[in-house]
Design a protein around this ligand. Sequence first.
Ligand SMILES: Cc1cc2nc3c(=O)[nH]c(=O)nc-3n(C[C@H](O)[C@H](O)[C@H](O)COP(=O)(O)O)c2cc1C
Length: 194
Amino acid sequence: MSVLLIAGSPSERSRSAALLDSVSQRLLLRGATIERLHIRDLSPQSLLLADTAHRTIAAAIDQVARARAIVVATPVYKAAYSGVLKVFLDLLPQTALKNKTVLPLATGGSPNHMLALDYALRPVLQSLSARHILPGVYATDSQVTLMPEGAHHIGAEVSARLDEAVATLFSEVARTPANAGFEPIAFSRVRCSV
Ligand SMILES: Cc1cc2nc3c(=O)[nH]c(=O)nc-3n(C[C@H](O)[C@H](O)[C@H](O)COP(=O)(O)O)c2cc1C
């Protein structure tokens, strides 16, 4: 299974990227093929000016196209997700997430905005035609400790939720063939309720 990990924080030392790293360790143990995309490494000018022909942007869009599953991590900014993640998602073709399973992750300063994944990010992922958006994992800053030399520590409760999320990601991808579309439904079986 090919999984693209998208880091959506503009910060170099990043708690949301720590969640992503923790997920990547779990994915590798299960034999997944991992690719990484740090949006902060893309050309800022090309991102902001929607220059999809730029080498780094074109390569990033191609990474999305090739992935079977995507794990996207963002900090909560102003009760939503990060601006850099938004400008990247805006560059993707309208059906960029078609047939892909997506696991969203977020960190925030407090639990107050834990629903930002659902009310802010989820509709955007849905608009890009994601097949299945899994329940997200949210952690507060106090649950993710950044340590010296790039290490991090994630609390037991969040670790357990990441275990569960990765297991769900695997079972969901295994359940659906890569290019499966929705089965056509006979008109006689269509029911409407008003
Ligand atoms: C510009 C900015 C806006 C933020 N807005 C919120 C917010 O609305 N709600 C919240 O819980 N935390 C907010 N935070 C805190 C971050 O979400 C939190 O520290 C997060 O873990 C940072 O993730 P990162 O280390 O991956 O960048 C904000 C931080 C910044 C820098």
